[in-house]
Write a protein that binds this ligand. Structure first.
Ligand code: SF4
Ligand code: SF4
Length: 109
C-alpha cells in the first residue's frame, strides 16, 4: 500500500486547516502585534513614542494633550510600546479586517 494513502484519507475526512475568513475569524496567536490603545491617563506627552516610531505613525500634540495614531502608516513593530516609560501604550492582540478608508485614531486626555 502506498505510504501517502494515509494522508489522502486523513485529508478527505479531516477538518480543513483554514477558516472561512471573514465569516469565521481565527483566534489570534499569542504575542500577535495588533492595534494600539493609548492610555492618556498614564501619558505625560514626552513624545518618546513619536521619536521612536520608524514609520512616523504617531503624532503627539503636547499642548492639546492629544495623540494621533495612523493605523495605515503603522507597521505594527510595537517599538513605541517598548519605548514608553509610562506603559501608556497598550498593545492589543487583534487582527482587524482590511479597511477601505484610511483611519487616524485620536486619543485625548
Ligand atoms: S511615550 Fe508614552 S508617555 Fe510619552 S508621549 Fe508616547 S504614549 Fe505618552
Ligand atoms: S507599532 Fe511601530 S510603526 Fe506602529 S506606531 Fe508603534 S512604533 Fe510606530
Amino acid at each position: 500500500m502506498p505510504s501517502f494513502l494515509g494522508n489522502i484519507i486523513e485529508n478527505l475526512f479531516g477538518k480543513p486547516a483554514t477558516v472561512k475568513y471573514p465569516f469565521e475569524k481565527p483566534e489570534p496567536v499569542p504575542g500577535t502585534r495588533g492595534e494600539l490603545n493609548f492610555n492618556m491617563a498614564k501619558c505625560d506627552q514626552c513624545q518618546d513614542c513619536e521619536r521612536t516610531c520608524p514609520s512616523a505613525a504617531i503624532t503627539v500634540y503636547p499642548e492639546e494633550k492629544r495623540i494621533e495614531w495612523n493605523s495605515f502608516q503603522c507597521i505594527y513593530c510595537h517599538a513605541c510600546v517598548r519605548a514608553c516609560m509610562h506603559e501608556a501604550i497598550e498593545p492589543l492582540i487583534n487582527v482587524e479586517a482590511p479597511d477601505y478608508k484610511k483611519r487616524v485614531k485620536s486619543f485625548e486626555a
